[in-house]
Design a protein around this ligand. Sequence first.
Ligand code: IPM
Ligand code: MG
Length: 370
Amino acid sequence: MKPRKIFLLPGDGIGVEIMAEARKFIAYMNDELKLGFICEEGLVGGAAYNAHGMPISDGDMRRALAADAILLGSVGGPEWDGVSYDLRPEAGLLRLRKDLQLFANLRPAICYPALASASSLKSDLVEGLDILIVRELTGGVYFGEPKEIIDLGEGQKRAIDTQIYETYEVVRIARVGFELARTRRGHVTSMEKRNVMKTGLLWNEVITAIHAARYQDVILSHMLADAGGMQLVRAPKQFDVIVTDNLFGDLLSDVAAMLTGSLGMLPSASLGSLDEISGKRRAMYEPVHGSAPDIVGKGIANPIAMIASLAMCLRYSFALNIEADRLEKAISAVLDDGLRTADIYVQGMQKVSTSEMGDAILEKFRLISA
Ligand code: IPM
Ligand code: MG
């Protein structure tokens, strides 16, 4: 059996605490299920800045490139507020996404039945929710040049970010969205701002053309991104797959996350294109939430987004679909049992710590896998 190489990047803040939980699952799968994962570990974000003076070292970039999959915790925190823009913790994450060409970011928002009441929305609006946001991740305003602040003198400055999309970038993300829709409920909603942005116009045009040429079996809807945000909180179950750009995807996926009860629940997969020769796809898996500086070190962080990200890793990088399903079932079962970390706690449930939640899910996973 070929070794399965995973590169672990816990990062900063609660990233370290939740990665400790993910490691328990990898150890179990190695020891008991003999799945042969080989893990290396590196530094990213503020942790890398403290050690190397940059948010990810060249050595760790090389190890990331050599791995089959990367599992990342979270980056950033107030400790690095004064660090220059190019060296800030987030720059490490953006470099990983860009250099590995991880253009397709999959952010599923699933509302576990047991959590419907933890959502800020009425439970009947979110119960059974299962949507997938497909966010373009290597283009748009995050990376467009020029990107700068110019001193105009007399106390005035000009800040510039540049939103750029080229046809091929929209084509490849659209294809991911349509292909995934075919495996789900067959409906893609594309979100942009064609009413004020040229990139929105192109986005709309390209998606429409690909749909007509190759994906007529999928239903395509277009929505302006602001209206899309509104519809996400008005009637989220109308959506199946949402395809959108880097910035809108960032915003809309945080909104979608809250529908599920907590930002602590949402995993993500960032995928590159398939290498036709090796049959491999570069991939990184990380929770949608950030490093949560306000709760660091308290042992109360929700590890579910991290564990669910590991499940996505099993599915998309290693085709271990059975194990991935079992892991997701284990999460669901623990929630059914009433265990809750602080972020999803409601009265009458059993409040547990980060590691207690991890252990409980592992125990279920063991039972289901036996
Ligand atoms: C996310 C995060 C990142 C982003 C930050 C940490 C740079 O918010 O993955 O959604 O803006 O993409
Ligand atoms: Mg975000």
